[in-house]
Design a protein around this ligand. Structure first.
Ligand SMILES: Cc1cc2nc3c(=O)[nH]c(=O)nc-3n(C[C@H](O)[C@H](O)[C@H](O)COP(=O)(O)OP(=O)(O)OC[C@H]3O[C@@H](n4cnc5c(N)ncnc54)[C@H](O)[C@@H]3O)c2cc1C
Length: 401
């Protein structure tokens, strides 16, 4: 076993872990990233079907980290408007049965986008490439962390080949974090009993740069607008139905997708693999322990419907790094309980209401009991009329700092 002594050890080199390492890079602290994946899968991430909707604040943070500048122009897709539609899509065309829809668009600048879509593997690629620019960030790969313990003066993690001593240990090891449990932190998990299928499709009609979330009875379909004539299609169904859809021959899947979207994108053609993600939401009861903090999905793993996951992960990395750098500049302990407390309070205030609100939306829009159907029609109607609500949502998407 080799021993390493660092300032900050980060478990998990996913989007949150890499972002956090970059947020600390300029401080000069010695940072170590530890991941169970191979270097190849981190250095050359493969397409995983996820297109990540990002807010303007995420763009600001990634630009400050010199990551946004690494995206080739053609991989960043602006979202001009967003629409939430309730009920079967076909009804939208009939004025009498008109399906209620909630619209979000920018009031301040009609030309500016609401947000941006970038494929997850492109984000991971840019983060990794930027991490390679810093000598004070080291990465251990193919090293699963199987022991974590923290003491008053240091934290210790162990893998099969290394013992690492660090002033601070940060876990970014996914919503199913095993190190969170090793540290004795409890979490609430919600299994939504559904699976999300994501893929990219070409189509003959324009998506008009509008993201659409269609809550149909028994399933949810979303259109995320990518380049001209192609979109990311997201279908949420029970697990048994997901298997059927992913096993369908491509031609049949194309026809099913056209029918689920009621032909609004014209003829459709699958152009990537279909990837499935079981839907489980997780929130840790505490985000910190002695010389230890959780960030990213390990702290809060959101249902993707409101597209907050990575945006929140980035905020957690940014908030924790800010507190650490403040302490370092003041000559104080970077992992004191005060530093960690400041991080926890801020990130809980931001993420807990979003987590609860997202789960409430999922509950309301996937419950097909008659009363729930009436309630969600009413909610959409009120949401559409109540301008402060729409402004608050739009503001959250477009605020810069
Ligand atoms: C279908 C789908 C669509 C989404 N859409 C959006 C969206 O539009 N907008 C948005 O903001 N978010 C979205 N998200 C959420 C976003 O993808 C996640 O929030 C983000 O990827 C989480 O990053 P992370 O680094 O916290 O965790 P992960 O990406 O899960 O990375 C965890 C890392 O930890 C490593 N690891 C785990 N255990 C150990 C261990 N014991 N030892 C060493 N290493 C370990 C793993 O190998 C991995 O590299 C979506 C998610 C899904 C599933």
């Amino acid at each position: 076993m080799s021993t390493k002594n660092v300032d900050v050890a980060i478990i998990g080199a996913g989007p949150a872990g890499l972002s956090f390492a970059l947020s600390l890079a300029k401080s000069g602290l010695q940072i170590l990233l530890v991941d169970q994946q191979s270097l190849d899968s981190i250095a050359k991430p493969q397409l995983d079907g996820r297109d990540i909707a990002m807010t303007h604040l995420s763009k600001t943070i990634l630009s400050e980290l010199s990551v946004w500048q690494r995206f080739p122009e053609e991989v960043v897709h602006p979202i001009k408007e967003a629409k939430v539609i309730n009920g079967p899509l076909g009804n939208e065309k009939h004025s009498l049965l008109k399906t209620p829809a909630l619209h979000f668009e920018r009031q301040d600048d009609a030309q500016a986008p609401l947000g941006y879509l970038v494929a997850n593997h492109q984000i991971r690629q840019a983060l990794y490439d930027q991490v390679c620019e810093y000598d004070n960030i080291e990465m251990l790969t193919e090293q699963q962390v199987n022991y974590v313990k923290t003491f008053s003066n240091r934290g210790v993690i162990e893998t099969s080949d290394y013992v690492v001593n660090a002033s601070l240990v940060v876990s970014a090891d996914s919503r199913f974090s095993t190190t969170r449990r090793m540290m004795g932190l409890s979490a609430k998990m919600k299994d939504f009993g559904k699976v999300m299928i994501v893929c990219n499709m070409k189509h003959t009609l324009s998506h008009e740069n509008t993201a659409q979330e269609c809550f149909q009875y028994g399933r949810t379909c979303a259109i995320l607008p990518l380049g001209k004539g192609f979109s990311s299609i997201v279908i949420t169904v029970p697990a048994s139905e997901a298997k059927r859809l992913t096993d369908l021959p491509v031609e049949e899947f194309n026809r099913q997708a056209e029918s689920m979207l009621d032909g609004r994108l014209g003829e459709m053609e699958l152009i990537t693999e279909r990837h499935s993600y079981p839907l489980v939401g997780v929130i840790s009861d505490r985000f910190i322990a002695k010389r230890f903090a959780l960030i990213g999905d390990a702290a809060v793993g959101m249902h993707p419907v409101t597209a907050h996951g990575y945006n929140l992960g980035l905020r957690s990395a940014d908030t924790l790094a800010e507190q650490i750098i403040k302490a370092q500049q003041g000559g104080k302990d970077i992992a004191s309980s005060w530093v960690l407390h400041n991080y926890e309070v801020r990130h809980q205030l931001l993420s807990k209401p979003l987590y609860e609100a997202t789960n409430a939306i999922v509950e309301l829009y996937t419950n097909d009991k008659p009363l729930a159907r009436i309630a969600r029609k009413a909610a959409l109607h009120i949401g559409n009329q109540f301008m402060p609500f729409k402004h608050a949502v739009t503001h959250r998407l477009t605020q810069i700092r």
